[in-house]
Design a protein around this ligand. Sequence first.
Ligand SMILES: [Zn+2]
Length: 249
Amino acid sequence: MLKVNALMIKSVDYAENDKILSLFSLEQGVISAKIRGVKKAGAKLKFAAEPFCFAEYVLTEGNLKSVTGASLNDSFYPLRENLFRYYAAGVAAEFVKKFCPENLPHAPLFLKTVRLLKELSYGTAPACGALLWYLLSALGEIGYSLTLGGCAACGEDLPRRVFFDFASGCAYCENCRREGDTEISAATYALLCAAKMQGEEPPSGEECAALGYAENIYLRALALLGRYLRTVAGGEVKSLKEFLRLYEF
Ligand SMILES: [Zn+2]
C-alpha cells in the first residue's frame, strides 16, 4: 500500500465504470492509477476522480496501481464558478502532464501548482496574472528558464526595442539582435521581468494592480511563453491557446 499527496490532473475513461487517473504527487511526481466504479451514481470515491482534486490517495503498489482510498484535502471547488480561472488551472494541469516525466519527483513544481490552484480558487489575482507567474516559474523548474534582465549579449538595459530569441529564451538589444530574432513590445518584456521577480508565491490582486499592466499585455506575455514552449520543448499547450481565446469574446 502506498500513500501519496496528489493533485488529479487528467482522467481518461476506462472500461464501463472505471477511469485511469494521472496524479501529480508530491512524493513520486506524475503517476497513473486506475480507479474503479467512479462513474456509477453515488460512488464513494467519485470526488477523487474530479479535476484538480487535491487528496491523500491510497494506492496499491506495482506496475498498474489502483486507487483504494482517498481523503480530500481541497477540491478547489470555486474554480468551477469562473471560466477563466478554471481554464488557467487546466493550463497548469496540461503543463505538468506534458513536461514532467512519470515517476520523477518534482516537489517544487508540485508546491507551485498547489499555490496556483489556491490563488485561482480563493485569491484575488486575475487569472492571467496568476498563470503568468506560474508558467514563468514552471519553465524554470523544467530547465527552460527565460534569461531576462537586459540584453543577453552586451548586458545593456532594454528600455525601448527588444528582440527575443525563441530558441534560447534570451532577449537582445537593437545592436546585438541576430537574424531570426523576433521584436517584442517593450511592455511585454517589462511585464515578463516583473513577473519573474515575483518569486515563490503567486501575486495577489493588489500586487497585480500595483504593477499596472493592461490585460492585453498579460495575454501577449502568455502567448509568447506558449510559442517559446513550442520552440524549445516541442510541445503545444493546447489549453493555453483555449485560455487566450476566452479573452476574445
Ligand atoms: Zn546588446
